[in-house]
Write a protein that binds this ligand. Sequence first.
Ligand SMILES: Nc1ncnc2c1ncn2[C@@H]1O[C@H](COP(=O)(O)OP(=O)(O)OP(=O)(O)O)[C@@H](O)[C@H]1O
Ligand SMILES: [Mg+2]
Length: 234
Amino acid sequence: MLNIEDIHTYYGDSYVLQGVSLEVRPRTAVALLGRNGMGKTTLIRSIIGFARPRQGRVLFEGRDITALPSHQIAHLGIGLVPQGRRIFPSLTVLEHLNVAARVDGAAGDRAWTLDRVFALYPRLRERHAHRGSMLSGGEQQMLAIGRALTTNPRLLLMDEPSEGLAPLLVRELGGSIGRLKEAGLSILLVEQNLPMALAIADEVYVLSKGRVVYRGTPAALSADAAVKHRYLGV
Ligand SMILES: Nc1ncnc2c1ncn2[C@@H]1O[C@H](COP(=O)(O)OP(=O)(O)OP(=O)(O)O)[C@@H](O)[C@H]1O
Ligand SMILES: [Mg+2]
């Protein structure tokens, strides 16, 4: 589904991703863990063309997308739930969802209709006329996910969706991400919430200083106190 092959990404002279390879297989969820500033968002940005790798390749369904413009990458079927949610304060819930759906055309072939998004997050239906600024953190996160879904992605990139949410909401969010996987989506989940990531993921990567320092199953990471302590601070 997604194959990242030895990418090296810089911001100016700053050498951030120092040879990262990662694979997401169809209909699986991969969690990407790591402390602040280790390069997780830069990896997401390297996939969607916001930060171009200077070396290495990104393949999506076998196609080299490394040099494609971001909008084209999105059209191919990659959806983004950005870190910090990026909800517009003055747009309503409905406007957020309609704007995203319209951008991606193909109206007849809409797997993720408004109704289906509302079925996943009934709260959004109740709040459909509320502006972004009136939503709670949890509601904003649901909207950020709903907005990404309305573009009908096959691969969903989620950058720290649990950030800043209370434990109960994190559990709800985790449940909904699990349902997306069951619905057939492939997911790359960047997280700092270890329990949530371990509950959802089929495979786990840990990033430290721009390199993959661990790759394994959730069960294996769970049992590896040394790696958890050294790279995740738990
Ligand atoms: N636009 C930018 N220009 C220059 N340096 C940047 C830029 N964005 C991030 N960096 C630097 O690149 C490194 C990796 O940042 P990145 O945002 O990828 O980390 P992260 O793992 O997502 O962290 P967090 O968990 O805090 O979101 C950090 O040292 C950061 O300061
Ligand atoms: Mg980040």
